[in-house]
Every structure is written in C-alpha cells, then in structure tokens.
Design a protein around this ligand. Structure first.
Ligand SMILES: *Cc1c(COP(=O)(O)O)cnc(C)c1O
Length: 431
C-alpha cells in the first residue's frame, strides 16, 4: 500500500497534487511519502513485537538525511555499508548504538571511524577482515562487537545481481566453516563475538528461502553455544520484495515474515535485528518526469522523457519493471497505445520500457514511475552532465525539497584545472 492516489483525476502524493510539486521544483524529481515510510517501518516493528528487536533500515536503498531522520525518530536503527553512510546516519542524529556496519570491504579507516564514533556491531564477512578489525580495535584499546555473516548456500530465487546467499557469491563465510571461524574470532583480542548475521539477497518474493536460511542459523546458534560462544543477537538481514507491477501477485507481508522469524529462531532467546531497505522505501517514492517529445519511429512510437537512466538505473541495470502512470488520469475506457519509453541519454540502454501500453500522451504531459523510492536517487549519477534531480518529501498537505537540484556551475566547479594548464591559452578559432 502507498499514499499515491488519484483525487479528482489528478495523481496526489498524500494530499499534495503531484503537478503542484512539478510547478514548484521542475521535472524530473523524486517525491516520497511520509505516511508510507512510517507505515512500512511500523509494520516491521510490530511484526517483531513478540521479542527484543531492532529494525535497521538498509540506508543504501535511500540515504537522504530527511528520510533517515524520519525513520530514526520512529526508533529505527541503520544498516550502513560504508564510511559515508555511517557519517550520514550520524549526521541525521542516529546514535552509534543503533548502527550496524555491513559490507565485504570495510577499510581500517572505516573501522576506526565507527569504533570511535560508536557502533552497535560490525557484521564481519571474512577472516582477513576480522583480523584487521581486531588490530584496529586493539590499537584504540577497544574490543569490536561482531557478528559473523554466514553464507547459508540458499537460493534466494531473485535476480542474479542481487542474490547474495549462494556459495558462489562474494558475501559472508560458508556456513560449513562457521564453527572454525568463530573459534578463531574467540582468540582475537580486539574482537567480541555477540551473534550471527545472514542476508541472502534482495527483492525476494517468497518466504521459503528465508525459512531455509533461518533454520540453518538456528542450528548454528545451538552448535556455537555448545562450543562455548555467547550468541545473544541474530541479524537476519533484509531482502523482502515489493510488487513493482500492480498485476503481479503480492509478495509476502512483513507480518508473515515476522511470524516466520518467531517460528524459526524465536525460541533461542536472542535479540533480533532485521535490515529491510526496499520494503520500507520502495513504494514510498515516485519519479516524476515530463514528456519532451512523442517521436514516430518506423514501426513504433517513442515517448521521450526528461528523466533518464542516470536518474533511475534499475530498468537498464536489472531489466527492472516499473509501473509508469500518467499524472492526469485518463477518462475510463480510454484506449491504450504501445510506447517505447526512453530518456535523452546517448545510449540505447537508456530505455525504461518497451511496447508499454499507455493512454495516449503528448508533449508536456507528466508521468510518474511507481516504486521508485528504493535504489533510485541513491544510484543516480550525473552522466551526460545531467544534474542529480531534486528529492521532495510530502507530509499531509505539506511538501519540502529535501535535496536541491545542483546548478551547472556547482557541478562544473567540482572539477579543477591543474596548475600547468591554467596559464595556457585556449587557441582562438581556426580559419
Ligand atoms: C542490500 C542489503 C540489505 C537491504 O536489502 P533490501 O532488499 O533493500 O531489503 C540489507 N542488508 C544487507 C547486508 C544488504 O546488503
């Protein structure tokens, strides 16, 4: 469920007409709904209310300061995967003891930053990482609290680029070697083992892979306890999928996911952490764009938008489907026509959809991509020197720009010309 609906034939974000935001900030832009973000966070929080838990928002899905502040105020923790994300979380006011640090390539600088700034735990993904973390912590006279991310060798049945729980993926240590690696961790002076971490992939549309993975985690917990380790915390990762097309079957609900967690690991007396990203932010955002031209090709019509692959890369990167809807609702029964929907970037990969049936659209019309709140703005680039587009947050009948569109000068002034080039004159135009 989201809060983007037609009211009197006009698409609204909560109580604000999307066209009013377009008038105020220009297109393209992202717009997010406070009510949807809040609702999704609370669904997870309530689904785990049977025991001690922390819902850590995977902020790689959407890391705008305003979104982080909104979720942190609701009690969310954060799952960060870089020093930059750690800094963003702290800048948004998230206390260190609500931040977990994931990722396969944490550097010593990132470790030091989190240890000195405050951290709930590191989710360690390899033995060399564990050794480096121990050394860094020891150098600071500290012990780093860790879980070890185990790779349960479970097929998440999702897109290959976002599956992470098979043995061929780079993530975690093989669960078959876990006892050996935990024994090694117990001998490291700068390490304090507190639990187990698992994350098997993203955009999972079935519960079964979670069930298989969590059953393995439960079994491992018992083995590790028998080996003398204190396992008090289980981080079960993120990955619950969302419906990208309204015609699709609905993916599992957080409530059922929470019940599954209780069923598989609930009797172990551990504090539970989860790291949802997409399910919190995905359906809470739209990308709004204007039709620049309708171009007649030889055998097809192109809808050329002012948004492009640099603004929303999911269709070209993962072949992802997004519902694209007109901001002004068409009269019921209006016949549809197929369009190839593309952006202005000089790449054929800059295609959002092929032969998409849409009501007829014309220059100046606005369209909205649904489910664009996760892995949208955060994956954007300035390819073709197209400025990063604004982000807007709606709350009831209010809206605010939460990230400005940079000017061309701001973009250009990030580059610098080296001293040896400064004084060479650019030759005048040749005759
Ligand atoms: C990406 C990621 C998540 C979030 O995945 P979603 O599909 O957005 O829920 C959580 N934990 C880790 C370690 C991740 O890499």
């Amino acid at each position: 469920m989201d809060h983007f609906t037609y009211i009197k034939g006009q698409l609204h974000a909560e109580d604000v007409p999307v066209s009013a935001i377009a008038d105020a900030v220009g297109t393209p832009f992202y717009v997010y709904s406070t009510a949807t973000l809040t609702r999704h966070f609370k669904l997870f929080d309530e689904a785990l209310s049977w025991g001690p838990h922390l819902v850590c928002f995977a902020m790689k899905s959407n890391s705008n300061q305003a979104i982080l502040k909104l979720l942190a105020d609701l009690g969310a923790g954060m799952d960060v995967v870089s020093g930059g994300e750690y800094a963003r979380a702290r800048a948004a006011g998230v206390p260190g003891d609500r931040i977990v640090f994931s990722g396969v390539g944490k550097t010593a600088d990132e470790m030091r930053m989190a240890l000195t700034g405050g951290i709930r735990q590191f989710n360690v993904e390899s033995e060399p990482e564990m050794q480096r973390l121990s050394a860094v912590a020891q150098g600071l006279g500290m012990q780093a609290p860790i879980t070890i991310r185990v790779n349960p060798d479970v097929d998440a049945k999702t897109h290959e680029k976002i599956a992470t729980g098979k043995s061929e993926n780079k993530f975690g240590i093989p669960i078959s070697r876990a006892r050996e690696v935990y024994a090694q961790a117990a001998r490291l002076p700068g390490i304090k083992v507190i639990g187990i971490d698992v994350h098997i992939g993203s955009q999972l549309t079935e519960l079964e892979p979670f069930e298989l993975a969590y059953a393995k985690v439960a079994e491992l917990t018992r083995h590790l306890r028998a080996d003398g380790h204190e396992i008090t915390r289980l981080d079960l990762g993120g990955g619950l999928g969302i419906p990208y097309a309204r015609t699709n079957e609905a993916p599992p609900l957080p409530t059922d996911y929470g019940a599954l967690i209780q069923r598989t690991v609930g009797d172990l007396g551990c504090e539970i952490e989860i790291e949802p990203g997409r399910l919190i932010s995905g359906n809470a955002g739209l990308l709004v764009s204007e039709v620049i031209y309708v171009k007649q090709g030889e055998d097809r019509q192109f809808l050329i938008l002012d948004a492009a692959m640099n603004d929303l890369i999911r269709p070209s990167m993962y072949g992802a489907y997004h519902d694209i809807v007109p901001v002004r609702e068409a009269a019921p029964g209006t016949p549809t026509t197929p369009y190839d929907i593309v952006g202005p970037v000089c790449e054929s990969g800059d295609t959002f959809a092929k032969s998409r049936e849409m009501v007829p659209l014309t220059e100046g019309d606005l369209v909205a991509f649904r489910s664009a709140g996760a892995y949208g703005a955060v994956m954007a680039s300035e390819y073709n020197t197209r400025p990063l587009i604004p982000e807007v947050l709606v709350h009831g009948d209010q809206f605010a720009v939460i990230r400005q569109r940079p000017s061309f000068d701001e973009i250009i002034n990030r580059d610098t010309i080296p001293a040896w080039l400064v004084d060479t004159p650019v030759p005048a135009e040749q005759e």
